[in-house]
Design a protein around this ligand. Structure first.
Ligand SMILES: Cc1cc2nc3c(=O)[nH]c(=O)nc-3n(C[C@H](O)[C@H](O)[C@H](O)COP(=O)(O)OP(=O)(O)OC[C@H]3O[C@@H](n4cnc5c(N)ncnc54)[C@H](O)[C@@H]3O)c2cc1C
Length: 450
């Protein structure tokens, strides 16, 4: 292993280390000024960075695509990006397994898999994230037959807090910690994924009265492959989406996609959102207007990621809590009441999704089938008050926060609802004995564990 990092300058800028880098996440609610920003292109370089951090008494945070709302990736010390480690390493066509480097963006991964006739088993709403960043916060899609994205990982390699490269397989005990680990056990350099044959997905959606949606929610969530609800507060309606794998040919055109996704979703949605910014009093009327334009029956078939992903939404704030499945209906009715009685002026859809129980120590789905309720809001004004009210409701049900999104609950609460956190912390300390991967966020979460 070389002793020093590579030096390569272009127009006077070192392409591997930057000292004036400012980190801003996608939502622009998190900013930090790393002492040094590293763009390594080899595992050896990552090991050197960790050793330098240990020698200089600096902390290291690894950043993916910066698409978390939480401060999980932020640091004023060393920030490491794996943007240059984004290649396909190995494909096994017999077992449908692929190995990719940790910095590979999901959207890039879909395009690598497509010509191989392969696909990820399930995905979330967007594919901007890096594969390592996505699994590390417990990113999920929807469907009670599907776990968080980390459940597609068969093995991974990481550089731990001593600068050692370690490989973990799903059958290893520590994998349950490493699969969802917030960058706290090491820098994940490679993941091997269990893929499936490329599939098409049929999207069907229709507007349903809010009360009917709630009444049917549990039965429906169990009968559909990928069910999702978008609820437009202040209107009587919710859209119930179901996504199903089908052998059918593509029934979607570029023009239709462009009009539906590009023009309708982006321009109209953004336009109405900015009207909603003018005065909070307009919001119910604006939501009704949006619902009249948007809420129509949809039916189309396309390649999995083109249907399961949605167009990038306007910038907004986002919290999401994992509720026990059997409480979902009650929670939605109470949230409906909360919005009305507290006169919250919501200006974004609220989202309902489902995920299978797992045994990853930091996963919000640990030990329970889950109904995720996403609480979304565009703008700053009132956000903190609204979030607090939503969280008070969530806490009554022992709901667990999505660690890549916003939350303000105390660490004592997190410890009371996440049964694996103590064991995770013990394993984390073995991988990172000097706490080189800590930041304010991880210190807050783990502060109560011995
Ligand atoms: C518009 C939008 C839509 C979204 N939709 C969904 C959704 O459908 N479902 C869902 O669950 N979430 C969703 N999210 C949240 C998002 O998936 C997560 O926050 C995800 O972790 C972001 O991935 P990232 O690559 O940007 O990682 P970052 O946000 O950069 O980092 C997240 C965490 O991963 C760690 N990390 C990053 N790279 C590595 C590595 N190589 N090794 C070890 N640790 C690493 C970081 O240290 C940090 O702790 C959405 C976010 C946005 C902005």
């Amino acid at each position: 292993m070389g002793e020093s990092l590579k030096e390569f300058t272009l127009f006077g800028i070192n392409m591997y280390t930057l000292s004036n880098y400012r980190f801003v996440n996608w939502a622009r609610n998190v900013r930090s000024r790393p002492h040094t920003y590293f763009l390594p292109d080899s595992v050896d370089d990552i090991r050197i960075i960790i050793k330098r951090a240990l020698a200089e008494n600096r902390k290291v945070r690894v950043v993916g695509a910066g698409h978390s709302w939480s401060t999980a990736a932020a640091t004023d010390d060393f920030m490491v990006s794996l943007d240059k480690l984004n290649r396909l390493v190995h494909v096994d066509k017999e077992t449908l397994q692929v190995t990719v480097q940790g910095g590979t963006r999901l959207k890039h991964l879909h395009r690598l898999l497509y010509p191989l006739g392969l696909a990820m088993q399930n995905i979330g709403s967007i594919s901007e994230q890096s594969i390592a960043g996505a699994i590390s916060t417990g990113t999920h899609g929807t469907g009670l037959g599907y776990g968080v994205l980390a459940s597609q990982v068969l093995s991974l390699k990481l550089v731990n807090g001593l600068g050692e490269l370690i490989e973990l397989k799903a059958s290893d005990d520590d994998f349950k910690a490493a699969a969802v680990s917030l960058g706290c056990m090491g820098i994940i350099t490679e993941v091997t994924l269990q893929c499936v044959d490329l599939y098409h997905v049929e999207e069907k959606a229709e507007p349903v009265l809010f009360n009917d949606m709630v009444t049917n929610l549990l039965t429906w969530s169990k009968s559909e492959q990928h069910p999702k609800v978008w609820w437009f507060p202040h209107t009587r309606y919710a859209m119930m989406y179901s996504y199903t794998k089908v052998p059918d040919a593509i029934r979607d055109t570029f023009a239709k996609q462009y009009i539906d996704d590009g023009v309708v979703s982006k321009l109209f949605f953004r336009g109405f959102l900015s009207m909603g910014h003018l005065s909070h009093g307009f919001r119910p009327a604006v939501n009704t207007l949006i619902s009249k334009i948007f809420l129509k029956k949809i039916s189309r078939v396309n390649v999995n990621y083109k249907v399961l992903n949605v167009p990038m939404p306007p910038r907004h704030r986002e919290a999401e809590y994992a509720f026990p499945l059997d409480k979902a209906q009650e929670v939605l009715l109470r949230l409906h009441d909360l919005i009305n009685t507290q006169k919250l002026k919501m200006n974004f859809v609220l989202e309902v999704r489902f995920t299978k129980a797992d045994d990853y120590l930091l996963s919000a789905c640990n030990g329970q089938d889950t109904c995720y309720i996403g609480f979304y809001y565009a703008g700053e004004k009132n956000w903190e008050r609204y979030l607090k009210l939503f969280e008070e409701l969530a806490m009554e049900y022992g709901a667990r926060p999505h660690l890549g999104k916003e939350f303000t609950v105390e660490s004592s609460y997190i410890h009371s609802v996440m049964p694996g956190i103590k064991q995770f912390n013990t394993i984390r300390k073995a991988y990172d004995p000097q706490g080189v991967f800590e930041n304010g966020f991880t210190q807050k979460i783990f502060s109560l564990t011995p």
